[in-house]
Structure formats: C-alpha cells, structure tokens
Design a protein around this ligand. Structure first.
Ligand code: ARG
Ligand code: MN
Ligand code: MN
Ligand code: MN
Length: 299
C-alpha cells in the first residue's frame, strides 16, 4: 500500500510552541527518503491548514480548563476529513504531529472505516483526563478520553459522531505519569495497561504478544505513538518528558512485531518538538522508528 503522509502541525493542545514544527523536523530528518529506501511508495500530502496562532492568547492563562478549545476542534475536524479521504483512496495513513490532541482528528477519521477499532496508546501518559481531572487544562492530556466519549461535547463529537473507541479495545503501553483521576478511571473501566514496571517484568516481546491477543476481535488497529513514551535520553525534544522510559531498542522490537503482525491499519507519531531538541535528535529517532514500523529488516 502507498503510505500517505499527513502533516498535522498543531501546538494548540499544550503550551510549548515548536511542536507545530514536528512534521517538518521529521521531513528534514529524511522521513520520505528513508521510507523510499526500504522500497515503500510514499506520497506527502503536506501539512493540513491550521488556525492561526495568536501568541498572546496562546501563552495566556485561559479560563474554563480547556486551553485553545476552538482551535483544537477546528484543527481536528480538518484532520479527520483528510484521514478519512486517505483511507477511502486505499492508502495507508501516516499522520505526523503535532501535539497529541490531533489523535481526536486522526482516530475520528479512521474509525469511519472500521466497526470495531482497536487502539494502541504508546505513551508515558494516559491522556485520559477530562477538564475536571486535568492538572493543566492542556487538551493533549485528554484525547483518548474524548474518543471514548467523555468530556466537552465539541471534543467528543469531532467528525460529527461520538464514541469512537471502546474501553476494551484500548491497550496503554509505557505508562509512568498518570494523574490521580486517570488512575481511578483506568481501574474503574478496566483498560488493559502496561506500565513501565510491567514492561520491565514481562519484557517488550510478551507485552506486544499480549496486546495483539487482547485486540484479537478488532477489525483494524490504530497505533498512536507519543515520542515521550521513550526515555528522554533517547527523545529529549518533547514537551512533557518523564524519566525511566522505554528504550529506543525496545521500541524497535515493539514496532517490528507490530509490522510483522500485519494488523496495524493506521499510525500517528506525535509530540516531536524541534525547538527544545538537541540537533533534531528526536525527529531522527522518530524517523528511525517509522522505518522499522514500515518494514525495514535487520537481516
Ligand atoms: N497528564 C498531564 C496533563 O493532563 C500530561 C499530559 C501529557 N500528554 C501528552 N500528550 N504528552 O496535562
Ligand atoms: Mn505523553
Ligand atoms: Mn503528571
Ligand atoms: Mn500523549
């Protein structure tokens, strides 16, 4: 399948400008050339149109606990349509972010094509907040919860419909910075979760085997990869780093296994911020991971 790259330059889901330059940082790290070098056919749709960033407003404290809500919604609606069109055209969508709020756009577009969509959320964070449980008001900490169906109606209804993912079809991998409300919610509804401690005990190979087994009844699986899942030693250029993360090497293993399973039907990579990076290291690592995910073989 042709890979269609959709650039999603959103910074509205959080407060560190620069993550909107993530898509271009990954292109500069030879994303397209490196995918072509492993024999993949790639089309780049470019970056989707973003609402303008009003710096004064962007940096200000905002009332209501949902920072930049109208911009996030407008952005995600556009992204949803683009992803929908890519899949309708028979191409494989690769969304490059952008902060993690874009997942509401991506997955709302993807879900139109599947009855029982699975989601793997590879992240240090659960992104399961609602405004009341959020410590920050940053919407990038809320997308997965909105996709399940809870939160501000404008977020829940992106794409014109709600309830895109069922809790039993979600697997969280890499968790190590969950807010109290998120911990309570995960236990209450029973989301399959692999914390760093679980990954250490079981090993990544078993985590991925169990993940795929857990999602056996799904008819498509979306992989949402937040680069802060990795250890900040490997991916320092991201806005909410948490030490003690997944290694680059374990991540490659995970992505090799997911590739070989042939069950991952869409993918996004988010939270690369070149303005707080070291010589574009994080974008380079992100591209390395993508090349593995799209089928590079060591031997
Ligand atoms: N849980 C924290 C919050 O709600 C951090 C979220 C970080 N999310 C992310 N996509 N990096 O603000
Ligand atoms: Mn995160
Ligand atoms: Mn926290
Ligand atoms: Mn995230």
């Amino acid at each position: 399948k042709t890979i269609e790259i959709i650039g999603a330059p959103s910074a509205f889901g959080q407060r560190k400008l620069g993550v909107n330059m993530g898509p271009d940082a990954m292109r500069y790290a030879d994303l397209i050339e490196r995918l072509e070098a492993i024999g993949r056919v790639v089309e780049d749709k470019g970056n989707i149109e973003s609402p303008a960033i009003d710096m004064k407003k962007y940096r200000s404290e905002q009332e209501g606990g949902l920072r930049n809500l109208p911009e996030v919604v407008e952005f995600c609606e556009t992204l949803c349509s683009e992803v929908d069109a890519t899949i309708a055209a028979g191409k494989y969508p690769l969304v490059i972010g952008g902060d993690h709020s874009i997942a509401m756009g991506t997955i709302s577009g993807v879900k139109k094509h599947y009855d029982n969509l699975g989601v793997i959320w590879y992240d240090a964070h659960g992104d399961l907040n609602i405004a009341d449980s959020s410590p920050s008001g940053n919407i990038h900490g809320m997308p997965l919860r909105a996709l399940i169906g809870d939160g501000h109606p404008d977020l829940v209804n992106i794409g014109g419909y709600k309830e895109k993912v069922k809790v039993e079809n979600i697997v969280l991998i890499g968790m190590r910075d969950l807010d109290e409300g998120e911990k309570a919610y995960i236990k209450e509804v029973g989301i399959k979760t692999y914390t760093m401690s679980d990954i250490d005990r079981l090993g990544m190979a078993r985590v991925i085997e169990e993940t795929l087994a857990h999602l056996k009844n799904t008819d498509g699986i979306h992989l949402s990869l937040d680069v802060d899942a990795l250890d900040p030693l490997e991916t320092p250029g991201t806005g909410t780093t948490v030490p003690g993360g997944i290694s680059y090497r374990e991540s490659h293993l995970a992505l090799e296994m997911l590739h070989d399973s042939e069950r991952i039907t869409s993918m996004e990579i988010v939270e690369v911020n070149p303005l707080i990076d070291l010589h574009n290291k994080t974008a380079n690592q992100a591209v390395g991971l993508l090349v593995t995910f799209f089928g590079d073989k060591l031997l």
